[in-house]
Design a protein around this ligand. Structure first.
Ligand SMILES: Nc1ncnc2c1ncn2[C@@H]1O[C@H](COP(=O)(O)OP(=O)(O)OP(=O)(O)O)[C@@H](O)[C@H]1O
Length: 487
């Protein structure tokens, strides 16, 4: 994208320059988020400065950069996300450390040595854990018995984060320290919100812009001295951040934890996943093969096979499985069983199986009216092909479908009219720009992993006469759409 510079101020003392850019396109429709690392270039010169985004609004983009851009004022600037910022050097570091310094971890990960379990170790669950099902309790027992690691395979809504929260409380009671990591901020925060409910104290590391507002009291405070820093960190038995966040915080230069838990491990590439494991004595990988696999440029790339998958394939008998789900009613569950889970996914109880929105439409137009169908069905596919193809439009780097957005807004409006609270509805779409067209909560599919709502409407956007679907044609993405609605 091309931008021209508007304001460039030196921030004294930090060797940083504040820059403000204006551009021809709306910045809010760009791929940037506040806090993203960036690279700035001008025509013929790549990477004249690096920094990070600080403010992004419709017409301007503000950032801190490491160089004075004064001499380029007459140029048109190009801003890119710095995908490699902490990435490659840290990843290379992980591999070097694994191979040179961590003999045991190397044997487990590179040589695929069989993990050891001490079967004589037992655990007495208190009534605080009464709500856990047998699968969940068995998985916790397995972690306590593990000397090396445990693989925890849980299909959607099978209570993985609930289990992790209970596991952490048990480990803390046993005097252990725990590092919690995940692929996304939301996966980490889902677990932490559950820990907060259990009254456990923890430290949440990471960019506060990306952390759930309910966890702001748990982020790194400002310190006045090194002593203060050391004292503070040493009191925190539970520390949490994303897998990539590990690379950025000084606490990890010193600290080793008794147990490391990696959520959404099936989405993390092997070298990145090693990062948190280097800081623990034993680890738990939690994931699901059918959720999105690591995002790499080519699916044939070796990197697209996660450590989770590698270890599951090497030692299938060491997998703890969760098969009772507490999210979807029997119709939605049947569809995902049919498409993905080969009927291994079971409803946790009768109440879950039979839950339904129970809305009775007052629409009398005709028996095929789609609003009536929306109100009567637990699962409904609306095919807009009959209205016409080419409903999609390019918008910036993304694609939108205004017709589909109006249809979705109409459905939302109708559901609200039928007394369904707006907060109970979420629209998911593969395209960020499309998400901005809805009147209720909307999210990209990838960002919604780990969340749920009563009504999920998937706006898939693509509509063209070449039948191009590209990123939609990812069975894992489809799986998230299907499995995150309850009724
Ligand atoms: N043993 C249980 N009994 C009843 N409800 C449960 C049990 N375990 C979890 N739940 C409920 O099931 C729902 C899904 O749980 P949770 O979010 O822990 O699942 P998850 O596997 O982490 O989900 P995702 O697939 O999105 O990662 C929550 O409402 C939770 O309270």
């Amino acid at each position: 994208m091309d931008y021209c510079i508007e304001d460039k101020t030196k921030i004294s003392g930090f060797g940083r320059f504040k820059c403000k850019f204006r551009g021809t396109r709306k910045f809010t429709e760009s791929v940037f988020n506040v806090g993203d690392p960036i690279v700035i270039s001008v025509s013929g010169k790549f990477s004249i400065a690096i920094g990070y985004a600080t403010v992004i609004d419709k017409e301007s983009f503000e950032c801190f950069v490491d160089r004075n851009l004064n001499k380029y004022t007459n140029n048109t600037f190009r801003i890119d996300k710095d995908e490699l910022s902490s990435g490659w050097s840290s990843v290379r570091n992980n591999l070097v450390q694994l191979l040179m310094k961590e003999e045991k971890l190397k044997r487990l990960i590179a040589d695929l040595e069989k993990p050891i379990f001490s079967l004589n170790k037992t655990i007495n669950f208190t009534n605080m854990h009464d709500d856990l099902n047998l699968d969940q309790k068995e998985a916790i027992k397995r972690v306590i018995q593990a000397e090396d690691y445990v693989m925890l395979l849980g299909m959607p809504g099978t209570g993985k984060s609930t289990l992790i929260a209970h596991l952490v409380s048990i480990l803390i009671n046993q005097g252990k320290s725990v590092l919690i990591t995940g692929y996304t901020h939301s996966s980490v925060d889902n677990i932490l919100l559950k820990l907060k409910q259990l009254n456990l104290d923890f430290l949440r590391l990471g960019n506060s812009e990306k952390i759930d507002p309910g966890l702001i009291d748990y982020v790194d405070p400002n310190f006045n001295s090194l002593d203060e820093i050391n004292k503070f960190y040493s009191t925190k038995k539970i520390v949490a951040c994303t897998c990539l966040g590990i690379f950025q915080h000084p606490i990890f230069k010193k600290r080793k934890f008794d147990v490391c838990i990696v959520d959404e491990a099936s989405q993390v590439t092997l070298p990145v996943c090693i990062g948190p494991l280097l800081h623990s004595n034993k680890f738990v990988l939690v994931g699901d093969h059918y959720q999105l696999s690591p995002l790499t440029r080519s699916s044939k790339n070796e990197l697209s096979k996660s450590l989770f998958k590698r270890l599951c394939e090497a030692h299938p008998n060491n997998i703890s499985r969760l098969s009772f789900q507490y999210r979807m009613n029997s119709d939605i569950s049947l569809l995902s069983n049919h498409l993905f889970y080969n009927f291994h996914l079971k409803c946790g109880n009768e109440k879950i199986a039979n839950q339904s929105l129970k809305i009775y439409s007052n629409c009398f137009c005709n028996s095929n009216c789609f609003i009536q169908l929306v109100c009567q069905s637990n699962v409904l596919f609306l095919n807009t092909d009959t209205i016409g193809l080419n409903l999609e439009q390019k918008q910036g780097d993304s694609i939108v479908n205004h017709f589909e957005a109006s249809l979705v807004n109409l459905i939302c409006k109708r559901l609200v009219y039928e007394n369904i609270d707006k907060n109970r509805i979420t629209v998911l779409s593969p395209f960020r720009s499309q998400c901005k067209l809805f009147d209720c909560e909307a999210s990209t599919i990838d960002k919604y992993q780990g969340k749920d709502n009563d009504v999920i409407i998937a706006s898939l956007v693509r509509s063209n006469d070449q039948s191009q679907v590209k990123c939609l044609f990812n069975i894992y993405r489809l799986e998230i759409c299907l499995n995150h609605g309850r009724d």
